[in-house]
Structure formats: structure tokens, C-alpha cells
Design a protein around this ligand. Structure first.
Ligand code: SAM
Length: 231
């Protein structure tokens, strides 16, 4: 899987400005485990999640009890249908909206709406009225191109619409642990985007350390990527 060649929203982060990632996982471990992660299936569809994050998500869903879930990056839809099944299992009553630049043409599933959206131009596809009408808390998941500028764009969209208590997961910052921040043109990727965003919005967010460190320090595909809005 490679990132989409969509327009960059902001330029990549120069190497000299990058934040070091600390994790209990080595680059070698991440690179090996990733071979299994990219091949994991749920109900026959690729669901590109590592087992630690499937467990962390399940606990988060039970604790947060989101009333709406927005996922950017559908791929085959395995993660969206897994989310919908978790929502049903925990009785959350939340709808899952899964957005992609290439939404799956052949898939419909109870509790999920698959829609088009390009994370470089989110407001072209999702308007203010839609965001205002969502029941809260909202769980938003950024799992699209993984390009630094695009990830920041999704985070800025969240910032414009989120209220305290809403929650953001930024996926796949582990490429920084895997020393792959520039592989496929990620230009720093999600982990650097998280730290730029937090620097630019002081006081609004906190990294949910308990989730990130649930199985050891940043032993997750989403290092520093479990983020709650607090103001
Ligand atoms: C990592 S996959 C998503 C994996 C999925 N969430 C899962 O866990 O199985 C990334 C997806 O992002 C989509 N994508 C890439 N660039 C995008 C963009 N600019 N806007 C929206 N979606 C994009 C790709 O088409 C691909 O389906």
C-alpha cells in the first residue's frame, strides 16, 4: 500500500525540525510485524490494524462511548465494519462514517456509511451542518495518506469542529519508529504531524498516555496518536 498522490496541503517537515520518537518497539520489530499487520483480515476484508491497537481501540470504545465515528481512510473497509461490530457489541448506537478518496464500490454494511472525501480538501465533501449535527462525543480516526501535510489537514479539520470530550486517533506514526518517515513521500508522516499540531494548538489537547503506553511505552502503531480534546 502506498500513499495517494493527492495534492500536499502543507510542505513536508525538514529533517532538522523532526521530533524523535520513543517507543518500546525497535525498528526491526516494527518492520517485521508490519508484514503481518498489512495482511490482517476481518470478515474477509483487509483491516490494517496491529493487535495491540485492536485491543486499545476496544477499551477506548467502551470508555469513551462515542456517539459518532468518522474514519478517514477506508481501504477495503475491514476497519469500518470492525468498528460497526464493536459499536453494536457495546451498545453504543454510534454511526460509522468511513471516507476515502476511493470508497469501496461493492460494500454496504449495517451501521456504516462509505463516502468520498479527499483529506487535502475535506470541506469540499463534509460541510459545517453535517459536523454540527453529529452526536457527541465524536471519535475521529485519521488513517488516510499518512503524508505529513494531509494528516495535518485532517487534524485542523478536527480542531475546527471538535468540542472538549471529542477524541482523535492518528494512525501509523510507527513509520517514524520504523525509520520510514520519508518512504513513499510521507515527508515526516503522522508522528511529526501530531507534534506540529500540538505545538500549534497549546492547551487544547492532551496525548492519552494510558492508551499509548497500554502495552509498554508507545507499543502501538499509533505512537502519541491517541489524543483527547480538553478545551
Ligand atoms: C491505510 S489505508 C486505510 C486502512 C483502513 N483504515 C484499515 O484500517 O483497514 C489508507 C487509505 O487511505 C486512502 N487515501 C489515500 N490518500 C487519501 C486522501 N488524500 N484522502 C482520502 N483518502 C485517502 C487510500 O485510498 C486508502 O484506502
Amino acid at each position: 500500500m502506498t500513499p495517494n498522490d493527492t495534492a500536499r496541503v502543507r510542505p513536508g517537515l525538514p529533517k532538522k525540525d523532526r521530533v524523535p520518537v520513543r517507543s518500546g518497539m525497535s525498528a526491526a520489530f516494527v518492520n517485521t510485524m508490519q508484514l503481518g499487520v498489512v495482511d490482517y483480515r476481518y470478515k474477509g476484508r483487509l483491516a490494517v490494524k496491529c493487535p495491540m491497537d485492536l485491543a486499545i481501540y476496544a477499551e477506548l470504545l467502551q470508555d469513551l462511548r462515542p456517539r459518532a465515528i468518522m474514519e478517514f481512510g477506508t481501504y477495503e473497509g475491514g476497519s469500518a465494519i470492525w468498528l460497526a461490530d464493536q459499536v453494536a457489541a457495546f451498545g453504543l448506537g454510534a454511526k460509522v462514517y468511513s471516507f476515502d478518496i476511493r470508497p469501496p464500490a461493492d460494500l454496504s454494511y449495517p451501521g456504516v456509511e462509505f463516502r468520498f472525501c479527499d483529506t487535502a480538501r475535506i470541506s469540499d465533501s463534509i460541510d459545517d451542518a453535517f459536523m454540527r449535527a453529529l452526536p457527541r462525543p465524536l471519535l475521529m480516526i485519521e488513517d488516510a495518506s499518512h503524508v505529513y501535510g494531509n494528516v495535518l489537514n485532517t487534524m485542523e479539520f478536527f480542531h475546527a469542529h471538535a468540542v472538549p470530550g471529542d477524541y482523535l486517533i492518528v494512525e501509523d506514526g510507527m513509520i517514524s519508529i520504523a525509520e520510514a518517515e520519508d518512504l513513499h513521500g510521507y515527508e515526516g508522516g503522522p508522528f511529526q504531524a501530531i507534534h506540529t499540531f500540538l505545538k500549534e494548538h497549546p492547551g487544547f489537547y492532551e496525548i492519552d498516555r494510558a492508551r499509548c503506553d497500554r502495552f509498554g511505552p508507545n507499543v502501538t502503531w499509533n505512537p502519541d496518536g491517541y489524543i483527547r480534546r480538553i478545551a
